[in-house]
Ligand binder design. Structure first.
Ligand code: NAP
Length: 236
């Protein structure tokens, strides 16, 4: 993990090798952050880091499977050893936008798999990096969620994904409440329908990522425990 410069804020982005995560990496690096790009596949991670930061000064790739305890622990150890700080965690990695499924007949193994990445992945990564976050002068956690996880709007369908994002929203509220006294701002962000492998045909990736970067770079008097799209509150 070779990234030069020792005083810039450090952001860890999960699922950083493609889609919204990769663009979040690029935008944070552009703003001067040192970015740790988490990717399940190390080669894809390195290629993505080179795309986001051709100079190789701000972005470094680390192997990270958020569904694997050992992988998350190893990532946190590497960040601690090589960078010694984490100021921003972007829990972006997610799977299983199961538009084909219905709650009444869903394959519960599939639901469990979605929860393991979309909920427990974010939970694991946040817990593992919390000792570093708590030492940051401006700690931020962004849980990349979806309006599909909004209880207010749920009418059936996409069960694994929707339940996992509703649970991620609940985790956001719990962490925001518990970490408020430690000045950690924790928010959930829906990027909106965005043109990635998951959201073919949506708006440009730069726009979906911008709302995530907004929450990652909030000022100290910014909101916590909220659910936002494009910097504006949306219903839980
Ligand atoms: P995407 O193109 O499918 O990319 C998903 C990323 O997550 C990939 O980098 C993937 O890595 C990674 N990932 C999956 N499982 C992982 C694991 N166990 N460990 C580490 N990384 C893992 O999705 P996207 O559209 O960019 O979505 C990013 C976030 O936005 C997700 O949280 C998604 O739910 C949310 N979102 C997207 C939309 C949309 O329209 N696109 C709308 C609302 C919310 P691999 O390359 O190894 O598979």
């Amino acid at each position: 993990m070779a990234v030069r410069g020792t005083d810039a804020s450090v952001a860890v982005v999960t699922g950083g090798n493609r889609g919204i995560g990769l663009e979040v990496v690029r935008q944070l690096a552009e703003r001067g952050y040192r970015v740790v790009l988490g990717a399940r596949d190390e080669d894809k991670g390195r290629a993505a880091a080179a795309w986001a930061d051709p100079g190789g000064e701000r972005v470094s790739a680390v192997r990270l499977d958020v569904s694997d305890d050992a992988s998350v622990t190893a990532m946190a150890a590497r960040v601690t050893e090589h960078l010694g700080r984490t100021d921003v965690v972007v829990n972006n990695a997610a799977i299983l936008y199961d538009t084909w499924a219905r709650a009444r007949s869903a394959d519960l193994d599939e639901v469990r798999r979605a929860l393991d990445t979309n909920l427990f992945g974010a939970w694991r990564v946040t817990q593992a990096l919390l000792p570093l976050l708590e030492r940051s002068p401006h700690p931020r956690v962004v849980n990349v969620s979806s309006e599909e996880g909004s209880l207010a709007g749920m009418r059936g369908g996409t069960p694994a994904y929707s339940v996992s994002k509703a649970a991620l929203n609940a985790l956001t509220r719990l962490l925001a409440g518990e970490l408020g006294p430690r000045r950690v701002l924790v928010n959930a962000v829906c990027p909106g329908w965005t043109d990635t492998d998951m959201g073919r045909g949506g708006r440009p990736v730069s726009e979906g990522a911008a709302g995530v970067v907004w929450a990652a770079t909030l000022p100290d008097d910014g909101p916590t425990g909220g659910f936002f799209r494009d910097g504006k509150p949306i219903p839980w």
